[in-house]
Ligand binder design. Structure first.
Ligand code: AMP
Length: 297
């Protein structure tokens, strides 16, 4: 926002489903298209780019802020996950969000809640292996938020590539009348993918974390230059990442961009997915891999 631009109207903030539904119904009755941006808060430019995208296409942008306990494993960072609600609301006011839903845990999971979404397919590999139960929690909360808001369009970041695949599958499998928009990953100037978890990093770790983007860029350049051997490329990238002290690779996948199945040859568009611990912080990133067109025969 420019220093001299007028202050934006603060969004309406609600914490109960009934109030949310009433506000959405009012916007819909006024003929406005409803855009949904689900988040866990601790907002940064990555989240705000989704708000901008929704504002560009929808007359009413609903942002949800909910740190979803169901998607965290018992050893994960649920209790220390950053919660910065005042700063979040300020940023959302500046970016012109219309409605913010900030439910308490018992509003989303009231006592007795016992229905969960168990997905196979794209939920199984990679994050599915490293974080058992994670996508069960994600798919469940996203389905619930979809039902609560009933948006026309929902916005997600490509930064969480496998999550996007899971949500696309959810929309297909449950015939949800919702259009999905997958928006590009927003990065810091030096290439680090923005993440709420970046604030856990010390300045040394922050520098070490850059190896992930470097490795992904190297992969994308190698494939663009004609490298087709996914096994060899994976080894090369793992060596590059292992050379960075403080970084412990969890997986590095070169996969089919839809099924997420691991590839041995890159003869079609693919995706490189990476997860690593930098110190005690777990980061993920990804990059499309586009092989050069085959020469005419
Ligand atoms: P989270 O709060 O981490 O659950 O993220 C909420 C939404 O913001 C998800 O759709 C994420 O994929 C998206 N998101 C997070 N980081 C970025 C980023 N760096 N660029 C674009 N989208 C992002």
């Amino acid at each position: 926002m420019h220093a001299n631009s007028p202050p934006a109207a603060a969004p309406v903030v609600v914490d109960h489903v009934a109030a949310l539904r009433a506000a959405v119904a009012q916007a819909r009755a006024a003929g406005r298209k409803i855009g949904l941006v689900p988040t866990m808060g601790a907002l940064h430019e990555g989240h705000l780019s989704l708000v901008d995208a929704s504002r560009g296409q929808c007359g009413c942008t609903v942002v949800t802020i909910f740190v979803n306990p169901a998607q965290f494993g018992p050893q994960e960072d649920f209790s220390r996950y950053p919660r910065t609600i005042e700063a979040d609301l300020q940023q959302l006011a500046q970016r012109g969000a219309d409605l913010v839903f900030v439910p308490g845990e018992s509003e989303v999971y009231p006592p007795g809640h016992c229905t969960y979404v168990e997905m196979q397919g794209p939920a199984l590999p990679w994050e599915g292996v490293c974080r058992p139960g994670h996508f069960r929690g994600v798919a469940t909360v996203v389905l619930k938020l979809f039902e609560m808001v009933q948006p026309d369009v929902a916005y997600f970041g490509r930064k969480d590539y496998q999550q996007c695949c899971v949500i696309e599958q959810l929309v297909r499998d449950f015939n949800l009348p919702i259009e999905l928009r997958i928006c590009p990953t927003v990065r810091e100037a030096d290439g680090l993918a923005m993440s709420s978890r970046n604030r856990y990093l010390s300045s040394d770790e922050r520098r070490q974390a850059l190896v992930l983007h470097r490795a992904l860029q190297h992969a994308s350049q190698q494939v663009a230059a004609g490298m087709r051997d996914a096994v060899g490329l994976r080894e090369e990238l793992a060596t590059l990442i292992a050379a960075e002290p403080g970084v412990r690779l969890q997986y590095l996948a070169i996969a089919d961009p839809r099924s997420l199945a691991e590839l041995s040859t890159i003869d079609q568009p693919a995706v490189a997915l990476v997860a690593a611990y930098v110190g005690s912080t777990r980061l993920i990133d990804n990059e499309p891999l586009l092989p050069p067109p085959l020469p005419n025969r």
